[in-house]
Design a protein around this ligand. Sequence first.
Ligand code: GTP
Length: 379
Amino acid sequence: MATDIADATDARTAADNSRATEAILLVGGKGTRLRPLTVNTPKPMIPAAGVPFLTHQLARARAAGVEHVVLATSYLAEVFEPYFGDGSALGLSLEYVTESDPLGTGGALRNVVHRLHAGPGDPVLIFNGDILTGLDIPALVATHRRTGADVSLHLTKVPDPRAFGLVPTDPDGRVTAFLEKPQTPEEIVTDQINAGAYVFNRSVIDAIPAGRPVSVERETFPGLLAAGAHLQGMVDSTYWLDLGTPHAFVRGSADLVLGRAPSPAVPGRHGERLVLTGAQVADDAKLSGGTCVAAGAVIGSGARVDGSTVLAGARVEAGAVVKNSLIGVGAEVGARTVLDGVVLGDGAVLGPDNELAPGARVWCGARIGAGAIRFSSDQ
Ligand code: GTP
């Protein structure tokens, strides 16, 4: 009996040690790499697998024991609260703080610190608002407590680290440097990069300078390291994707639909396709590769849509072929038009018999006539 009580107490202590009840979500960026999708909608509110991307992050935070979330907003700030309200639908208490001028990732944290309930030594989770990941959030909190760090960072390993700042660690996982994007092969000293999820002791957020832009990556982290603070890295190599580019966003949405990326918030069963209530899909249309079709969208006869996201009210006409593409709200893809790796901004209209190259972006509201664009890879 005494052993049972001791075991129960140990289990409870372990659970407490791996839990942080507060989080800040950074959702104020302009999302320039995702334009034209971010012209009308901030990146975290673009639907991925049928719901605003932020829903997946909030649901994962809730599942990890988070109760109170402060959203640090700036760009198109007004759209968040009407959708998420007080957060009770997700079992969370949500608050919103808006920067009239963007304060950068560090400045945004400092700007919301007065809304936290945490004491100075308590852990606060921080998430970039554009990362899709299966990170073991309780493990990051447990690592933070076990090592007594001031800040703990989720690190992920990437096959080609040239496009990222590198974060080497010592054998105990303690961060030894923050290195800019490597320019030469010799500068690639590690394949570990900052994955955009952290645990900060609240006192560290209090110490960020107030009232001016601060970058957590370029100023706060290197400054803390230089001052002798303890920054702990935790490598977690589960699913990780930065949804900052159109290609990555479409991939992330498809992975959510397929069940490759974990989220409790996908509104339906995992599979090749997710068709939301109110969408119309012709019986002989083929949807595959994690394609999501939103409410009010129409997919015509014989159309093939693979690995793509079709947003609300958009139309893909008969015989069109759409692959790895994002079709904006109310946009139209004409009959027999072929798209591969294309972004169609909200309300854009592509006439029939066009063919667009991978990487093409059509601006919101643009109109392209029948057969006006023909891309062929052998030209
Ligand atoms: P790009 O313009 O395409 O680089 O995207 P971004 O503006 O989102 O920038 P980045 O991907 O570097 O930002 C990382 C995270 O921090 C995202 O979740 C942004 O929403 C957020 N963020 C970036 N700058 C600010 C800011 O000034 N204020 C707030 N509140 N959040 C920010």
